[in-house]
Ligand binder design. Structure first.
Ligand code: ADP
Ligand code: MG
Length: 696
């Protein structure tokens, strides 16, 4: 095992250095051209790449290859084929062709398609995405691919993501040229996702069916100590956790995933990992891999890694922060304010485009963060509210205000601007304090979208961001093209845009009730739950956005909407059944045993001395008996509702799961958790919150 980190890093990746080393020069050049300009790849080039890839993979111990894709399940999918090819005489050679590299045909009929693929043409196909490097894992060569139906409809998360990156590239490059920055030939978006997770002991996990089946606890009283002491956040790592993190880093580095930061989070047993940012497409693939490797390495260390957004009630849940920016092919970050007035013009146009995009498509942004798991976080006092707003910081807000009011901004404050002056204010990087309560915050040279849940594939939010910003840029292009005095035109454009979109800017505390009231006055969306937000996908304005930029066709939107709804209902369905199962098989029998024990003790006392008090036993028996009666009735009602839900459809069904079933589950939990406080540890049928959260 190599120990040197620089040697270890990327050692299992078919990256640029390996390609340069292994490929004939002309083939390397042709492939680079394809990667950089998304041009068509000739079969002879693909064949040569396949041979080099196979040789490299076999050298590194691989025996199989797989097309690796991201179907609508939210997980990644793979189907392994070995390299062996019989050559007669019972012998084989290791073989891999350009055709096998470029295209695969997984039997895809059981992946969700939302009605896109009729069963008679159930075979989708996977197509190599050369912009994300291939890698080796578990003796298999992994080839990142897009997954489509034979009629070309996207069945995955990568295809629309690549389309959205292309749309942004097109619009951003166009406007940069208009602004005089003609050197730039391409713009890509960059993402750095910060990932939160819980680690709990594997033995404890195995005893809780709720964690096994649903990823979250459906029952469980709060421990005497929660997170109120705030002693866990950035606290010293426990040795076992430190070992895990070390091992995790190493596994990620081998795959060329630039894991950078690790620390304890707010809740007990909660941690975070952040990589250095990358091109969006690669960052998305890496985040999917990171989540998978987190779970795998946890197993090795006797842990289970929980990625659910809310594994423990009453304890902070887990999110993911999507740091996002745009960068030119020359490496300039377009959200970096820069130091010259010309830089500033460019910066202001791109900044304003993001503000406009988020204001006009706040509903889609919210949609992109919606899931049954994340519903437990958004709007609670730990995650940003369900309302999408933008934090800009004092200085930048002042700059925009000065443009709006035609006053000149300088370090001392605002001074009146001379009439006719067209010079844009000069300012530096924002230095104000970070606002941790904002769902979408400008943090110096990037935006941080903080609404996402920990388990989500970050493709979704980035599809929305890229597309909405591309649309804003395309509108700005129309407004600016043909203008003589570009500085003046930009100034006027920013002024118009800020008047229109300033309602989405909010620098205050997003966790307060005042903000909820204020946001309503401003006319901002407050879409609280997944069933509330899903219908916005089909809103004509949003359909128009996606179809105009070629991200989704109408039928792709319909299918995705259906999949999201179904996924939501299924999730709650499984949760309800799991809760019933635990009540009937674990919890109620435990309460019954407890009652039995208490009554035996009371009788024993009485048999020793008739005058001894059994008041406390009586109280306990009463609590148990009343709770059991209630829980039996409620369980029956819940079961009846679940049956009722099965005959419902689409949005009605999802709403019913949200409004009726989830509420009943919470009522059941409240009663059960009260009794749990009294049940002796040895009678508890599964590990308690204390056992899980404080014994790692
Ligand atoms: P924090 O938000 O915790 O203070 P940082 O600001 O250092 O941490 O960065 C958080 C994440 O943002 C990291 O993953 C980092 O790589 C990423 N990041 C930094 N710059 C950019 C950028 N231009 N585009 C996208 N992500 C970025
Ligand atoms: Mg952050």
């Amino acid at each position: 095992m190599k120990q040197n980190v620089t040697e270890l890093y990327g050692s299992l990746v078919f990256n640029d250095a390996v390609m340069r080393d292994k490929l004939p020069k002309d083939i390397y050049k042709a492939l680079k051209k394809t990667i950089e300009n998304s041009t068509h790849l000739e079969l002879d080039v693909a064949n040569a790449v396949a041979v080099a890839m196979k040789e490299w993979a076999v050298e590194h111990g691989a025996t199989h290859f797989t097309h690796w894709f991201q179907p609508m399940t939210g997980f990644t999918a793979e189907k392994h084929d070995s390299f062996i090819s019989p050559v007669g005489n019972g012998e084989v050679i290791m073989d891999f062709s350009g055709k096998e590299l470029i295209k695969g045909e997984p039997d895809a009929s059981s992946f969700p398609s939302g009605g896109l693929r009729a069963t008679f043409e159930a075979r989708g196909y996977t197509a190599w995405d050369p912009t994300s490097p291939a890698f080796i894992k578990d003796r298999t060569l992994y080839i990142p691919t897009a997954f489509c139906s034979y009629s070309g409809e996207a069945l995955d998360k990568k295809t629309p993501l690549l389309r959205s990156m292309e749309a942004l590239n097109r619009e951003a490059t166009k406007i940069l040229h208009l602004l005089g920055n003609t050197e730039v030939t391409g713009v890509s978006t960059t993402v750095g996702p910060e990932q939160e997770y819980f680690l709990i002991d594997k033995e404890a996990f195995k005893k809780r069916r709720d964690l096994i089946f649903t990823g979250r606890t459906l029952l469980g009283a709060m421990p005497p100590k929660g997170q109120e002491m705030e002693d866990h956040y950035f606290g010293a790592l426990k040795p076992r956790v430190a070992e895990y993190m070390h091992d995790l880093d190493k596994e990620l580095w081998k795959l060329g995933i630039p894991a950078k930061t690790k620390h304890n989070e707010v809740a007990p047993s909660q941690h975070e990992l952040a990589p250095v940012f990358d091109t969006t497409n690669v960052a998305v693939d890496h985040n999917q891999l990171t989540m998978e490797i987190m779970k795998k390495v946890a197993e090795k260390h006797g842990f289970v890694c929980l990625l659910h957004e809310k594994p423990f009630d009453g304890i902070n849940g887990s999110g993911k922060h999507n740091n996002w920016s745009m960068t030119t092919n020359q490496g300039d970050n377009l959200l970096d304010p820069g130091k010259t007035p010309a830089d500033n013009i460019q910066f202001l146009v791109f900044l304003m485009a993001v503000i406009k995009a988020v204001d006009e498509y706040a509903d889609l942004m919210r949609l992109s963060a919606a899931s049954a798991g994340n519903d437990h976080r958004l709007g609670a006092n730990e995650a940003p509210p369900a309302i999408v707003s933008i934090f800009l910081g004092e200085e930048l807000t002042e700059v925009l205000k000065s443009i709006e009011n035609d006053t000149f901004f300088n370090e001392q404050g605002r001074v009146p601007m001379e009439t006719g002056a067209t010079v844009l204010p000069h300012f530096y990087k924002d230095t104000t304090d970070r606002n941790r309560t904002s769902p979408f915050a400008f943090t110096g040279n990037k935006f941080e979208f903080r609404m996402l849940g920990s388990a989500i594939n970050v493709a979704g939010p980035n599809i929305v961001l890229n597309t909405a910003v591309a649309e804003a840029l395309s509108q700005f292009y129309e407004e600016l093209s043909g203008q003589e005095d570009m500085e003046k035109a930009v100034h006027e454009l920013v002024k118009r845009a800020i008047v229109k979109h300033k309602k989405v800017i909010f620098n205050g505390n997003g966790y307060t009730d005042e903000w909820v009231a204020e946001a309503e006055k401003r006319g901002l969306y407050n879409l609280k739950s997944t069933p509330d937000v899903l219908p916005v996908f089909k809103d004509p304005k949003n359909v128009k956005l996606f179809t105009k930029h070629g991200i989704f066709t109408e039928s792709e939107i319909d299918s995705r909407y259906e999949i999201l709804l179904e996924n939501y209902s299924k999730t709650i369905h499984i949760e309800a059944l799991t809760l019933l199962d635990m009540l009937k098989h674990d919890f109620l029998p435990a309460v019954s045993k407890f009652s039995d024990k208490v009554s035996k003790e009371a009788m024993q006392k009485k048999s020793i001395d008739e005058s001894l008090s059994v008041a406390s036993e009586k109280k306990l028996l009463q609590l148990c008996s009343e709770s059991m009666d209630k829980l039996y009735d409620m369980a029956e009602e819940l079961a009846a509702d679940v049956t009722k839900a099965e005959s419902m459809e689409e949005l009605d069904q999802a709403r019913f799961y949200h409004d009726e079933i989830l509420v009943k589950m919470e009522d059941i939990r409240a009663i059960a958790d009260k009794v749990e406080e009294y049940i002796p540890s040895e009678l508890m049928p599964y590990p308690s919150y204390s056992d899980m959260l404080f014994y790692v």
